[in-house]
Design a protein around this ligand. Structure first.
Ligand SMILES: NC(=O)C1=CN([C@@H]2O[C@H](COP(=O)(O)OP(=O)(O)OC[C@H]3O[C@@H](n4cnc5c(N)ncnc54)[C@H](O)[C@@H]3O)[C@@H](O)[C@H]2O)C=CC1
Ligand SMILES: O=C(O)C(=O)COP(=O)(O)O
Length: 386
């Protein structure tokens, strides 16, 4: 039996995928797996029982990845599962920034008791006039799951699209419309584009990537969209630029005291992935990842451990070892098993940065004594027998 705990509301469509081998617990210390959306886990202590954390979503900046890896806790996310939801929010953002729909709607609300509203509207509408996106240049920074969907949709809406992503995956490159201009110097995006949207993860290297210098390179009256993370942008510099008119509008999905309520900053309460479809997709993927890891030891879509998948165990038992990516680990594991007269029927070993993962299918049941010996190999972080 396994136990899981939810750190945020997780879609029931996903939770129903758990078989009767799983029960939900409110006691986090009892959980084998945690499911989370945006709850911040940096200050949370993790129990020795916790084997996996699944982020039902894309961004993992709310999770201490390194600390988890060191404790042998595999962190998963759900790549692409909410990308369409975010893409649609970004397209809405493009339109909201171009047409003064939000102020127009607010005007109608404010005048709702006015009997002359229809006549007055025809007089006042000039105050809410805007521009069209067709024929305008859109720069996209980050061509991952969301960036490529935004890029391809914007092409269909008649925009001229420029894309920048020095680390683009082969999959993304295949899926990108040929109409998109490939940019290798991000400054060309700043200099050329009428609209700029960012879709990169929040990392040390991307923090405040949109700063005063970047803004200075941009066209006057540019529209900036941020559906990725607020800390990617120096928002104090953005607010100054909005107030001076350098930036015509700033669309953000991340409210904070810097941008909330500022004229021409249109901020939504982190709604990008808040659609029933995205929530279901993310939850289903997260639950499948957790079950495959807890039951079979397979790792797919982890952000702190390598992909490693041997399907279902064909031997008598499977030994799953989370360990440091250092020399001679496999040699030592094989010696311990060999000395105990245990044959390895099948095995896999993969590494990612400082961490590695090994799976061994054995022809015989492993004993506690051998498990103890494997645990004592320096660099081993966790062992599970499946
Ligand atoms: N508003 C919301 O509700 C949501 C926000 N997000 C945010 O959007 C981000 C992107 O999501 P996905 O597209 O699903 O992730 P992804 O991992 O598929 O794509 C990220 C892309 O950024 C690229 N990249 C990394 N560093 C870069 C740099 N310095 N310059 C240019 N490109 C760079 C990567 O090569 C990758 O192609 C997430 O990390 C998350 O922070 C994601 C989902 C929902
Ligand atoms: O997937 C992401 O990175 C998101 O930002 C979505 O966050 P949420 O699951 O809506 O709290």
């Amino acid at each position: 039996m396994y136990q899981y705990s939810c750190m945020n509301a997780i879609s029931e469509v996903g939770l129903q995928k758990f078989t009767d081998q799983y029960t939900k617990t409110e006691v986090k210390e009892d959980a084998d797996a945690l499911l989370v959306r945006s709850a911040a886990l940096h200050d949370m202590e993790f129990s020795d029982k916790l084997a996996a954390i699944a982020r039902a979503g894309a961004g993992v900046n709310n999770i201490p990845l390194e600390r988890c890896a060191e404790q042998g806790i595999v962190v998963f996310n759900t790549p692409g599962a909410n990308a369409n939801g975010v893409k649609e929010a970004v397209i809405a953002g493009l339109l909201l920034a171009s047409r003064d729909l939000a102020d127009g709607i607010n005007w109608v609300k404010a005048e709702s008791g006015n009997e002359d509203i229809a006549k007055l509207a025809e007089k006042e509408k000039k105050n809410f006039a805007g521009s069209e996106i067709k024929g305008k240049k859109l720069g996209i920074i980050g061509l991952g799951a969301i960036g490529i969907l935004v890029a391809n949709t914007a092409v269909h809406l008649g925009m001229e699209v420029y894309g920048y992503d020095p680390y683009i995956s082969v999959d993304s490159a295949w899926n990108l419309s040929r109409e998109i201009t490939h940019i290798t110097d991000v400054n060309d995006i700043y200099r050329e584009c009428d609209y700029i949207t960012i879709h990169v993860p929040l990392l040390e290297s991307t923090k405040k990537m949109i700063n005063e210098e970047a803004i200075a390179e941009m066209k006057d009256g540019v529209i900036l969209l941020n559906y990725a993370r607020d800390l990617l942008v120096d928002e104090e510099a953005v607010v100054k630029a909005v107030q001076s008119g350098k930036i015509r509008r700033y669309m953000s999905d991340f409210p904070n005291t810097t941008t909330a309520g500022v004229k021409n900053c249109i901020v939504t309460p982190h709604l990008g992935a808040s659609t029933s479809e995205s929530e279901d997709n993310c939850a289903v993927m997260a639950v499948k990842e957790v079950m495959d890891y807890l039951e079979n030891g397979n790792i797919n879509h982890s952000v702190n451990y390598p992909t490693c998948d041997m399907g279902k165990c064909k031997g008598v038992c499977r030994v799953a070892i989370n360990h440091k990516n250092i020399k001679n680990m496999i040699g030592q594991f094989a010696s311990v098993l060999g000395e105990a007269d245990m044959n390895i029927a099948n095995m896999a070993n993969q590494s990612k940065g400082e961490y590695a993962y090994s799976l061994f299918d054995l022809d015989t049941q492993i004993t506690d004594e051998v498990v103890e010996k494997l645990k004592n190999v320096q660099g081993v972080l966790r062992i599970r027998i499946l």
